[in-house]
Design a protein around this ligand. Sequence first.
Ligand SMILES: Nc1nc2c(ncn2[C@@H]2O[C@H](COP(=O)(O)OP(=O)(O)O)[C@@H](O)[C@H]2O)c(=O)[nH]1
Ligand SMILES: [Mg+2]
Length: 372
Amino acid sequence: MQIKKYLASTLKEALDQLKKELGEEAVVLSTRVVNLDDDHGGKKQYEVIAGVETKATNKSEKPRLVDRIIGDDESHSEKEIQKLQEKVFPALHIDKKQAVKEPEKKKVNHITPARLKKLKEDLLIKEVFPSLANKIVDHLSSQADFIGNGNFEDHVVSSIASLIHTSDFEIKRKKSPKIVGLVGPTGVGKTTCIAKLAVISKIFHKLDIGIISLDTFRLGAIDQLKIFSEISNVDFLVGYEAADVPKLINKFKKKDLIFIDTAGRSQNNAASLKEIKKSLSLVHLDELFLVLSSTNSTRNLLDVIKKFHDFNFTGLIFTKLDEAAVYGNLLNVTGKVDIPIKFLTNGQVIPDDIIAADPQYIAKIIHNGNSG
Ligand SMILES: Nc1nc2c(ncn2[C@@H]2O[C@H](COP(=O)(O)OP(=O)(O)O)[C@@H](O)[C@H]2O)c(=O)[nH]1
Ligand SMILES: [Mg+2]
């Protein structure tokens, strides 16, 4: 469309002028009375804006709205045309605005539903509880803006780690010895764990260590510790009944750290558990660790936890990580009980095969299935 503005002292004059120039097909787009400033005589004038359809220019078959208006009539300022456009073609104006709008940057979402579905399936294979797998997936969805293609795995590990409760084992030397007891089912690795912790505390932290064994039930249990104490030069005492325990602790009153090893009795033997509990109740324990084998299913672990509940244990030790195939049970258990994991053991070698529990490490082995 060719658009032109006409100014005349009468409306008729203006219309005649535009018809002469634009032809009979010209359409009046707007009329108004304008007061010319003093430089132009200060008189009233009629302003008529009219337009006429033109054939497409050779610039392009279908010129854009802006080209059509601005390109065809240089006598109009761009601003004027803009105003006119808004007034006369409100609908087109909106179209134009939309047409020149910055194309919205497409947000690249790296955590696609398919990827999250695959992650959830993977977590279920690792024997993570469905409710916790959902929690992890939901957490990742809520973090979508921060997750790129390269850091997805890191976010998965962090998300799992955020659900794992661990705490450090304090081994500062104090006036009175720190007393630590270990309880748990038969053969999970309590004695081996004490041997590892005793050697590390003695050799690396230069602490004076004492071990008290209350395991007079299993054949050879005392010999096992006796040989160890001879080799490692760690003092070792045996308690045969509950009443012995305070006396033995008293004998070790100059020590920095005392470990109490308990009988490896079945958690289904309520009488023997009661006996162990009675022995431990006669001394003030700074910490009591429940030792669990990571090769056990979540259900079995939760059953053990239930049976040992009355012991008021303060930390968990997961053993035999080297023998487990999946580690979802570690997450499930810490998700159920608000007790921190203290240590993990991953082999029989004393003292090498023990590590302080760390949420990121545990999350990694849950996700990758590798305790290496
Ligand atoms: N593979 C593996 N074996 C372990 C680990 N911890 C302990 N054991 C072994 O498990 C068996 C029982 O360990 P023990 O300390 O006597 O268990 P307790 O009855 O709980 O005192 C022994 O043969 C240990 O060498 C571990 O982390 N990995
Ligand atoms: Mg033992």
